[in-house]
Unconditional design. Structure first.
Length: 370
């Protein structure tokens, strides 16, 4: 098995005691590393964003590593890292770990190798499916490790910044939904992509961690398989546990009870699969600061209160659930976004002004709320 080591799990999973999870952080919770506190951007970042993240003691930046942008043609040696190098550079300069999710199928793979019916930017959502397409994906993942891993050329090119190699790689995003895994979700295909990526990563950096793409529950959506059910189906694929080290739920909920209920489902699936020792990476969770409409619109103060409840809950269960990071979606508000409530999900307003949620976040990290 590719896991670095099996982690001992304490007492058997019991019903979540919400009142206890929201209490004062335990001594073990107080020792959570900086990387536990993460953010996910939905807007482009500049140097001032990274400086502010550093001051706020953001520990993890979970962000897309866009295959289609970096490797736009089938020609060998044409990789253009100019879209991602600045992210790694600024993050390293500010003491922030980068957790990339590798995503975005180039048109030359989707159309030319896989014969998918897509065009232009729409092709990024079509997961590689042919042997040639999966091989191309594997090759690219290997190139990512060769650039940003412990022996990566990026660090040779930039000796002026502290060396902080990428050590965790997330493979795709919300693959349980056809929105991100077109034309439709497939655990068997995803398992093939996962195995290819794991081989490319571990052969270059055996200590690296491979994490499943984030899975939202998405109950009621006709375009998706419920996240916990998808995970259960994935575990049924022979040998799949050898290909990853961590599970990544996206447990969006308007109350801490709703969040906890979803985590309980994922934990039950993991336990049933004999994988309760796997790490957990909460690579997206959040709520909006608008009022009305979606249950995830909590208002300005409600957003801050929910954020505090969420982090206290995961701090409480950090050791028992092997939680490595909890990444708030999102860093800053946006005029356009993937959903209505997402537009106000930021810790910062569009003009950069801190919301109460940012002050709540930095109270937890010990960083500056300015």
């Amino acid at each position: 098995m590719l896991r670095q080591q099996a982690r001992a799990v304490g007492a058997a999973l019991v019903a979540v005691a919400i009142s206890l999870s929201l209490g004062t952080a335990t001594s073990s919770a107080a020792k959570a590393p900086a990387s536990f506190y993460g953010v996910v951007p939905q807007t482009n970042l500049d140097s001032s964003d990274f400086d502010r993240m550093g001051e706020g003691k953001v520990g993890t930046l979970r962000t897309i590593l866009n295959w289609s942008a970096i490797d736009p043609t089938s020609a060998a040696g044409d990789d253009d890292w100019s879209s991602f190098d600045p992210i790694v550079l600024e993050a390293a300069d500010n003491g922030i770990d980068v957790l990339p999710f590798i995503y975005g199928t180039p048109t030359w793979v989707a159309k030319d190798l896989d014969n998918q019916k897509c065009s232009g930017s729409k092709c990024v959502y079509f997961a590689p499916k042919s042997s040639a397409g999966i091989d191309a994906f594997k090759t690219f993942v290997g190139e990512v490790v060769e650039r940003y891993g412990p022996d990566g050329e990026f660090w040779t090119l930039h000796p002026e910044v502290p060396k902080d190699p990428i050590e965790i790689y997330q493979i795709l995003n919300e693959q349980n939904s056809e929105t991100f895994f077109a034309p439709k979700p497939s655990t068997k295909l995803y398992a093939k992509l996962l195995a290819a990526a794991a081989d490319a990563i571990k052969s270059r950096d055996p200590s690296a961690q491979v994490v499943l793409g984030g899975m939202a529950e998405l109950a009621g959506s006709h375009k998706a398989i419920i996240g916990s059910k998808y995970l259960a189906d994935l575990y049924k694929v022979s040998g799949v546990k050898d290909s990853f080290d961590g599970v990544a739920p996206h447990p969006y909920g308007g109350t801490i009870g709703r969040v906890a209920d979803q985590i309980e489902l994922y934990r039950k699936v993991m336990k049933h699969a004999g994988d309760s020792g796997a790490d957990m990476y909460v690579t997206e969770i959040g709520a909006g600061s608008a009022n009305g409409g979606s249950s995830l619109n909590r208002g300005t103060d409600g957003q801050a209160s929910l954020l505090t409840d969420i982090y206290k809950y995961f701090l409480k269960h950090r050791n028992g659930f092997n939680v490595q990071t909890v990444d708030w979606f999102s860093w800053m508000d946006s005029t356009t976004s993937i959903c209505d409530w997402c537009k106000t999900s930021g810790l910062l307003k569009k003009n950069g002004k801190a919301k109460p949620s940012y002050k709540a976040f930095t109270k937890l990290t010990g960083g500056s709320a300015g």
